[in-house]
Write a protein that binds this ligand. Structure first.
Ligand code: 13P
Length: 244
């Protein structure tokens, strides 16, 4: 269960969140909990989560270890401060910052090089779904962003299916719609990396996940977790999702 805070919260807000959140998930079992705050809050989040079992991730990284790349942050730096995960190719980055499939591959490889688990986002836009192109779009993203990886690299990747029309809109994909997309993605994994890799890969659903819809989504066979935006900002609601 991963939370993506996007561009919300200051370090003071981050401390307050974890003070409230930690006791609420202290008894959570059989679940990996990850929070992905903005870069400016990573230090606060990592300090707060020490010895708690809660992992911290970044929302982006740049490939390369260091260099003259103003405004960017490398996997090496994220590893050095104690990050364990990084979100890659969120639809907001694809849309506003033009991230392309070759960028996705470079970022995944950079994450793995520095021991970070990449959470790689794929998903169709509303017009693509309405045109009946969902599977084509998912296939293109898979073929361009994930299929080029070596099998041992792919084994460390988490995939997040986030239909763009369900993000921040309150329009959750129905469990059936989400399951169909997850099954399709798992099928692509099986074709490229084999049945064992397909069974092992974790595919998270993202898009208006809330405490009141998480149980139904999670009851689908191919939905292994959630990538939560808005509802991860509130300690009680994210804890309710973790503890579903
Ligand atoms: P919401 O949960 O706010 O719809 O955001 C989903 C998302 O984009 C998580 O990465």
């Amino acid at each position: 269960m991963a939370g993506n805070w996007k561009m919300y919260k200051t370090p003071a807000d981050t401390h307050a969140f974890f003070e409230a959140f930690k006791p609420l998930v202290a008894d959570a079992k059989n679940v990996d909990i990850v929070l992905c705050p903005p870069f400016a809050d990573l230090h606060a989040a990592i300090t707060e989560t020490a010895n708690s079992g809660i992992a911290v991730g970044a929302q982006n990284l740049y490939w390369g270890k260091e260099g003259a790349v103003t405004g960017e942050v490398s996997g090496h730096m994220l590893q050095a401060i104690g990050c364990q995960y990084v979100i890659i190719a969120h639809s907001e980055r694809r849309q506003y910052f033009g991230e392309s499939e070759p960028d996705v591959v470079r970022k995944i490889e950079a994450a793995l090089e520095y021991g970070l688990t990449p959470i790689v986002c794929v998903g169709e836009r509303l017009e693509e779904r309405e045109e009946g192109r969902t599977e084509e779009v998912l296939a293109t993203m898979f073929d361009g962003g994930l299929a080029p990886l070596a099998a041992e690299q792919f084994a460390k990747v988490v995939i997040a299916y986030e239909p763009v029309w369900a993000i921040g809109t309150g329009k959750t994909a129905t469990p059936e719609i989400a399951e169909a997309a997850h099954r399709f993605i798992r099928g692509k994994v099986a074709e490229k990396f084999g049945a064992d890799a397909a069974a092992a890969v974790r595919i998270l659903y993202g898009g208006s996940v809330k405490p009141d819809n998480v149980t139904k989504l999670m009851s689908e066979e191919d939905i292994d977790g959630a990538l939560v935006g808005g509802a991860s900002l509130d300690p009680k609601s994210f804890a309710a999702i973790v503890n579903f």
